[in-house]
Design a binder for this molecule. Structure first.
Ligand SMILES: [Zn+2]
Length: 455
């Protein structure tokens, strides 16, 4: 039955996208079969009678026993609700309505409305009702408002109940999304984003993927036809309806013969991050100073007078004076995006680190062996040597640090942390990573099987 569905997809989709489509089709099969993914099974318990006419019960967070029908005898088997459900009336806000006019049209006095909205901070938000919003109220025989509930968001309910002492008691309930695990894979034949689309991924999800691997892969320059990826991610559901995407749980990327993996993991400190199979952070930290045995000869100063040109010219970096020939280290793991001469800067090297960071090294005597545009460097690797090429009064390294293209003071800029999982956390991390890996393999094998059965 599923295979015939795939067959239909085969006719509907261009052949090139079929493997991906088959993988997506199969997601459903796996979800239904795998006992582990019980949490991801569609919820069958809630059928909300949204089509019923008013008055209807207040939207309940949990299925509640229906109020007993009038005149019907209670049997022992039927639990008697502790508080009888009041008669709720649903009001929908129309254009031009205010809370006052809406409630007053149902017999609630202005004084009561005032008492309600001043009774609690959360109830003050009722003033922000918009057309289309709805709220539920109960009014007693004397015409007094006794309870009210509304939804500030799709997953939140605020319920206010008038107590005997005349005060409003406010209850908050927040529903949890149901999370379902999904799988996508694609081979890139144009761009990462097109491949993501073909695999049924949203741009947001593809962006998450790019951010995770952004320290290792330049998604503009490094991607080659035939590169591919696999992603395990979450979808968020409410009442069986998809309302959004959650996080990527695990991902694999094959880039020009390199195989990279990343797993989401929450550390004991509560931070959630992505780590490779050994528990090392996917993000790469920086070292603060790229030359050892040096002293700062000129600081970051946007109003400095240039020592040679003798006019005000911002100093957008730090100068480290050091003997000519002192090795210069890469501040972080990255890729060479410029290696050559740049006017007064002399010999310059620019490194890109992930999507947001770049570092620049100027006045170098020369570059280290093997350093050229496109080469990858590790943190701390020697990339060149201190010199005084360009406009320089003595041998020093001029070092710049940019975040999103903006010069920042290398001495004070907040450097991204990239801590590995601790030794204490490692066993738990490895178990989780292994489980996610197995899940991805299962999905991928099933997808391959399905696509081979179609033809
Ligand atoms: Zn300088």
């Amino acid at each position: 039955m599923k295979l015939s569905a795939l067959g239909r997809m085969a006719r509907r989709f261009p052949r090139a996208h079929l493997a991906v489509s088959a993988a997506l089709g199969l997601t459903v099969v796996i979800m239904a079969l795998a006992p582990e993914s019980g949490e991801s099974r569609p919820e069958r318990t809630r059928t909300v009678a949204l089509t019923e006419s008013a008055p209807r019960p207040a939207p309940a967070l949990k299925p509640q026993p229906a109020p007993p029908a009038p005149g019907r005898a209670q049997t022992a088997a039927e639990p008697v609700p502790r508080e009888p459900e009041p008669d709720w009336v649903e009001l929908t806000v129309q254009s031009g309505d205010t809370l006052s006019t809406l409630l007053q049209s149902h017999g609630v006095t202005a004084a009561q409305v005032h008492r309600l909205v001043t009774g609690d901070k959360q109830l003050a938000e009722l003033a922000n009702l918009r057309p289309g919003d709805s709220l539920n109220i109960t009014v007693d025989d004397a015409g007094e408002l006794t309870a009210l509930s509304y939804h500030p968001s799709r997953i939140e309910t605020v319920k206010a109940i008038l107590e005997d002492d005349g005060r409003w008691r406010v209850e908050n309930e927040k529903r949890q999304y149901q999370r379902r695990t999904r799988f996508a894979e694609a081979t890139i034949d144009n761009s990462l984003f097109l491949a993501g689309h073909a695999a049924g991924m949203s741009d947001n999800l593809t962006m998450q993927l790019a951010n995770i691997f952004g320290w290792d892969i330049d998604f503009v320059l490094d991607i080659r036809n035939g590169d591919r990826f696999r992603v395990l991610y979450e979808e968020l559901y409410l009442d069986g309806e998809k309302v959004g995407e959650g996080n990527i749980l695990a991902a694999e990327f094959w880039n020009q013969g390199r195989h990279l993996t990343a797993y989401r993991f929450q550390t004991r400190s509560g931070d959630t991050d992505y780590f490779d199979s050994q528990g090392r952070s996917m993000r790469k930290a920086f070292i603060r100073t790229p030359v050892a045995f040096s002293r700062i000869s000129s600081r970051f100063n946007l109003g400095r007078k240039h020592p040679i040109l003798n006019k005000v010219r911002a100093h957008r970096g730090i100068d480290y004076a050091a003997p000519s020939g002192t090795p210069i280290k890469s501040a972080g793991k990255g890729k060479v995006i410029f290696a050559g001469v740049k006017g007064g800067y002399g010999n310059v090297l620019i490194l890109q680190h992930g999507q947001r960071y770049s570092t620049l090294y100027a006045h170098m005597r020369g570059f280290a062996k093997g350093i050229h545009v496109g080469s990858r460097v590790n943190q701390g690797q020697t990339i060149g040597y201190v010199g005084m090429s360009g406009l320089a009064t003595g041998p020093h390294l001029h070092y710049e640090f940019r975040v999103d293209g903006v010069h920042r003071n290398p001495q004070t800029v907040e450097l991204p942390k990239a801590e590995s999982v601790t030794n204490n956390e490692k066993p738990q991390f490895l178990v989780q990573a292994k489980r996610m890996e197995a899940q991805m393999t299962l999905f991928a094998e099933a997808a391959t099987l399905a696509s081979s059965n179609v033809f």
